[in-house]
Write a protein that binds this ligand. Structure first.
Ligand code: SF4
Length: 338
């Protein structure tokens, strides 16, 4: 379901725009849908047709997405396994400091070689109402003031639904525009569409390497931008909207943690309006990537800092990584910190 269809269904039972707004805001607060139809004292003041027509819509929205299970982690995050109407599962992660990471697709077509989600390929798109429902569900558990689109899926591959969700969350959902973070591997549609939106989200770009060939191996089906071109597009958007870009770099021992890479990262990112988030990889049984040593991670952080690149390291050691995207919580938590 798309948000537009929800609004049309409400109009069909006689809801006027002001009613639709009240009902939608109640949903986004994590309240029962019909809470928006009552005065504070509990009296109804909506037309009878709306009151009578609402229960089937409430049932439809409840069935759209349900929390299947909750998985707390030591750092205060809470992974929610969300069952969709057709039985497919996605995950959302409640993060410390009122953040929420949401999924935009079931599976993902980009196929990043270090990501669990990428291994399944794309199974289906999420409708905008399914994306927003993840926020409504999470708000039943605790406050959500920042939403990052960094869960399962590449948001650019489902851009209409993601932008609809962002528009609603940045208005009726009461979330500051810079607290909505669109994450992408870099896609021309992002750079065309985001500047045109009324609600302009912040941007996170998955860089992972300054070497175009290596980047193409790690992100096999990402658009073939040269890293410098990607950074130039990101920089242009960041300057326009006034919030820095978050560059994401999953650190893989012996692959993209070399001195040569770090020198190139300095040349590429020094003086840019952005932050480099380094996420040391969490090794998974049977895969061929390794996490760099703690000493190497600290060296890299110091080197980048000393050479003028604002760098954050997310120490994700010991994290529960059996979620959809192996590095999901670490990546998202970095973005929440900014
Ligand atoms: Fe898709 Fe993101 Fe996983 Fe890459 S890291 S495969 S873009 S979900």
């Amino acid at each position: 379901m798309r948000i537009q269809e929800l609004h049309q269904a409400l109009a069909a039972i006689g809801a006027r725009p002001c009613h639709v707004g009240r009902i939608t805001r109640a949903w986004l607060k994590g309240q029962p849908l019909d809470a928006g139809t009552r005065h504070q004292k509990g009296e109804h003041y909506f037309p009878l047709s709306v009151r009578n027509g609402l229960p089937p819509l409430v049932a439809q929205l409840d069935a759209l997405a349900r929390i299947e299970s909750q998985h707390p982690a030591e750092d205060g995050s809470l992974r929610l396994l969300v069952r969709l109407n057709d039985g497919q599962m996605v995950e959302s992660v409640l993060l410390p400091r009122d953040g929420l990471c949401v999924s935009s697709q079931v599976g993902c077509a980009v196929g990043c070689t270090f990501c669990m989600t990428g291994k399944s390929g794309l199974l289906r798109q999420l409708g905008s109402a399914e994306i927003v429902a993840q926020v409504a569900l999470a708000r039943r558990i605790r406050p959500v003031k920042k939403v990052v689109f960094m869960g399962m899926g590449e948001p650019a591959h489902n851009i209409d639904n993601v932008l609809d969700a962002i528009q609603l969350l940045g208005t009726d959902g009461n979330i500051g525009h810079k607290n909505l973070v669109f994450s992408t591997v870099g896609d021309p549609r992002v750079f065309e569409r985001l500047p045109q939106q009324r609600v302009k989200p912040a941007l996170a770009l998955s860089l992972h390497s300054t070497n175009a060939e290596l980047r193409a191996q790690l992100l096999p089906r990402a658009p073939r931008y040269q890293p410098a071109e990607l950074v130039a597009l990101g920089e242009d958007y960041a300057r326009r909207v006034g919030y820095p870009i978050q560059y994401q770099w999953t650190l893989l021992a012996g692959i993209n943690d070399t001195q040569q890479e770090m020198d190139a990262a300095v040349r590429l990112l020094r003086g840019k309006y952005g932050v480099l988030n380094i996420i040391p990889y969490n090794s998974v049984d049977g895969d061929h990537y390794q996490r760099p040593s703690t000493e190497r991670i600290q060296q890299i952080k110091r080197y980048l800092h000393d050479n003028g690149v604002l760098t954050k390291v997310r120490d994700s050691a010991g994290q529960d990584i059996d979620g959809g995207c192996g590095q999901l919580r670490a990546r998202a938590a970095d973005v929440i910190d900014h």
